[in-house]
Design a protein around this ligand. Structure first.
Ligand code: KIV
Ligand code: ZN
Length: 522
C-alpha cells in the first residue's frame, strides 16, 4: 500500500550507488571469483542502479581484470574506481575503468583523530597535503572525482571542513560523508550535511553522498536522514552486506523511498521487480545467508502465521501488508501454516493446489492439521497434501517419495536410490544414481523418477533447533514454465528433508494451473 503518487514529477531523484562488489565483498567470507563479479554486476545494471563500484583494482590481478571487464561490458551504467590516496591505487583504478562509457574515481582517506594517530600516523597537515596532491593527481585522468573522509561521523567537525575543502579545491565533484563505524544517530547525522554545505568553501557547488554502516542497526535511518538534508546519492549494498554488521541495505532504502515517497519527496530509478532476483543471486554467490526476519527479502518478511492476520489478509492484503511482494519479484507464499492458522487459511492453501474440499472433509483435515502442527510447528505443503489425501481418500500429490537410501562416507562417489509412486496410476519404480555428495546423488535420482521439465534452481538447508534431535528444514526452488515453485520439508534426516522438498516442489509445479473438483470426487 504505497502512498498516492500524485506530484510524481516534483520528487527529487536519489542516485543509488551500489558497492556490493567492493564494500559488500569485505564482509567476512563473502569474497567471490572475478568471473562471478561480472554476473552480479549485470544483474545490478538490470536492477537499475546508477553507479557500480566493482572492486578495489590494486588488490589483485583477478580483481583488476573483473573491473576491466565490467567497465567494458556495462556501458549503460557509471563505473566507479576505488583507491586510497596513494598513486599506485589511483593508477590501478584509472587503468581498470578506462573502457567505461562513464566513470568516476573514488578516493578516500581517514579524517578522525583516532585513525590519524593510530592507523595513518600522520598529522592533520600531512593528511591535508596528501588529499591535495592525490585528488589533483586523480583529476588529471578522470573528471568525476568522489572523495570520502573516512570515519567522518567521529571526526572533529573543524578538521572535517578542512579535509572536504581541500578535496573540493583540487577538483572533487562528489563528497561522500561516511558513517564508517555505524556510530551516528539520525538526528545528528542529517544536519551535519547542512553544516558542511554552509561552512566549507565551495560546499554549495558540489553533490553530496552518504555511506552508512549498520553497527547500531541505523544505516537505513541515517541514510534517510541524510536524504532529508539534501544528499543526492546513497551508497548501498544488496542484502545490507559489508564490513562487520554491513552497509545500508539497498532493498530496504529503496522500498522505504518507494513506500513513503510522498513523505520523503524523493524517488529512485530502481526497478523494484528485480529486487528479489538480485538479493538471491548475491546471497547465493557470496554465500551470505539472509536472516529470516530481514526486511523485504527475508523469508518471513511477507509470511504470516497468526490466524487473525491470515484471515485479514485473505479478505484484503492491505490489512497486514504495506508492500506488494510480487512487485519485487518475491513469490507470494504469505501464509505459513502452523498451529495458529485457521480453517480459512487451510482451505485457501489447498485451493491453490486445485482442491475444493467438502465441509466434512475440511473439518477432518483441520483436525489432522492441528495435531500435526502441534508436533511439527510448521505444516509444509507436502505434509498438507498428504493430510488432504488422508481426509479425502484421494492421493493429492502427483508423486510420492516412498523410500530413500543413501551411501555416504569417505569414498569419493556417493550413491543413492529412491522409490517413487506415481499416484495417478499407483505405479512404483526405483532409481539409482551417484553424485559427488549425497545430496547430488539424491537429486540425480529424483530427476529420473519425476519426469517434470522443472529446472532445479536452489536448495536451502536450515537447522530448526539445536541438540542431537535437531530438525532440519529443506527448501527447494524449481523453475517450471517460467514460474518458480517451492517445496519445503522438515525432518531429523536433512537428506530426506531435501528429497521430500524436491519432490514437493515438482508436485507444486505440476499442480499449478490445474483445477480439480472436490478432492474426493474430482
Ligand atoms: O566505510 C567507509 O568509510 C568506506 C569508505 C571508504 C567510503 O567504505
Ligand atoms: Zn564502508
Amino acid at each position: 500500500m504505497s502512498e498516492t503518487r500524485e506530484n510524481q514529477s516534483s520528487k527529487r531523484r536519489i542516485r543509488i550507488f551500489d558497492t556490493t562488489l567492493r564494500d559488500g565483498e569485505q564482509a567476512p567470507g563473502a569474497s567471490i571469483r572475478p568471473e562471478q563479479k561480472i554476473v552480479i554486476a549485470r544483474q545490478l545494471a538490470r536492477l537499475g542502479v546508477d553507479v557500480i563500484e566493482p572492486g578495489f583494482a590494486i588488490s589483485s590481478p583477478g580483481e583488476f581484470q573483473a573491473i576491466r571487464q565490467i567497465s567494458r561490458e556495462l556501458q549503460g551504467v557509471e563505473i566507479c574506481g576505488f583507491a586510497r590516496c596513494v598513486r599506485d591505487d589511483i593508477d590501478a583504478a584509472v587503468a581498470a575503468t578506462r573502457e567505461a562509457a562513464r566513470r568516476r574515481l573514488h578516493l578516500f582517506i581517514s579524517a578522525s583523530q583516532i585513525h590519524l594517530d593510530f592507523q595513518l600516523r600522520k598529522t592533520q597537515d600531512e593528511v591535508i597535503q596528501t588529499i591535495r596532491s592525490m585528488v589533483a593527481y586523480g583529476k588529471q585522468f578522470v573528471d568525476e572525482i568522489e572523495f570520502s573522509p573516512m570515519d567522518a561521523s567521529r571526526s572533529s567537525e573543524e578538521f572535517l571542513y578542512r579535509v572536504i575543502e581541500s578535496a573540493i579545491d583540487e577538483g572533487a565533484t562528489v563528497i561522500n560523508v561516511p558513517d564508517t563505524m555505524g556510530y551516528a544517530l539520525p538526528e545528528e547525522f542529517g544536519p551535519l550535511f547542512e553544516r558542511i554545505r554552509r561552512n566549507v568553501r565551495g560546499g554549495d557547488r558540489i553533490a553530496y553522498s552518504t555511506h552508512c554502516h549498520n553497527d547500531l542497526g541505523l544505516a537505513v535511518a541515517n541514510s534517510l536522514a541524510a536524504i532529508r538534508h539534501g544528499v543526492a546519492q546513497v551508497e548501498v549494498c544488496v542484502n545490507g552486506i559489508g564490513e562487520r554488521a554491513g552497509n545500508c541495505s539497498l532493498e530496504e532504502l529503496v522500498m522505504a523511498i518507494q513506500t513513503r515517497g510522498e513523505s520523503l519527496g524523493v524517488e529512485t530509478g530502481i526497478r523494484a521487480d528485480q529486487i528479489y532476483e538480485t538479493s538471491r543471486l548475491v546471497s547465493r554467490t557470496m554465500h551470505v545467508p539472509i536472516a529470516y526476519n530481514k526486511p523485504i527479502v527475508g523469508r518471513n518478511a511477507f509470511q504470516h502465521e497468526s490466524g487473525i492476520h491470515q484471515d485479514g489478509l485473505l479478505k484484503n492484503r492491505n490489512t497486514y501488508e504495506i508492500m506488494d511482494p510480487e512487485a519485487m519479484g518475491i513469490p507470494r507464499s504469505m501464509i505459513v501454516l502452523g498451529k495458529h492458522s485457521g480453517r480459512h487459511a487451510i482451505k485457501h492453501r489447498v485451493a491453490e493446489y486445485g482442491f475444493r474440499l467438502a465441509d466434512q472433509e475440511l473439518e477432518d483435515l483441520y483436525r489432522r492439521f492441528k495435531a500435526t502442527a502441534d508436533e511439527l510447528k510448521i505444516v509444509t505443503d507436502d505434509v498438507l497434501l498428504k493430510l488432504v489425501g488422508e481426509s479425502s481418500g484421494v492421493a493429492a500429490e502427483p508423486y510420492a517419495l516412498l523410500d530413500l537410501q543413501v551411501l555416504a562416507g569417505t569414498q569419493r562417489t556417493r550413491i543413492a536410490s529412491v522409490t517413487i509412486r506415481r499416484n495417478e496410476d499407483g505405479s512404483e519404480a526405483s532409481y539409482a544414481a551417484s553424485g559427488e555428495g549425497p545430496l547430488e546423488a539424491v537429486i540425480h535420482c529424483i530427476r529420473q523418477a519425476v519426469p517434470v521439465e522443472a529446472e532445479f534452481e536452489d536448495l536451502e538447508l536450515h537447522s530448526l533447533s539445536t541438540g542431537e534431535g535437531a530438525f532440519g528444514e529443506a527448501v527447494v526452488t524449481v523453475q517450471y514454465q517460467g514460474a518458480r515453485h517451492q517445496g519445503t520439508a522438515v525432518d531429523r534426516d536433512i537428506i530426506l528433508a531435501a528429497a521430500r522438498a524436491y519432490v514437493s516442489a515438482c508436485n507444486a509445479a505440476l499442480l499449478s494451473g490445474r483445477s480439480f473438483g472436490e478432492a474426493s470426487g474430482q
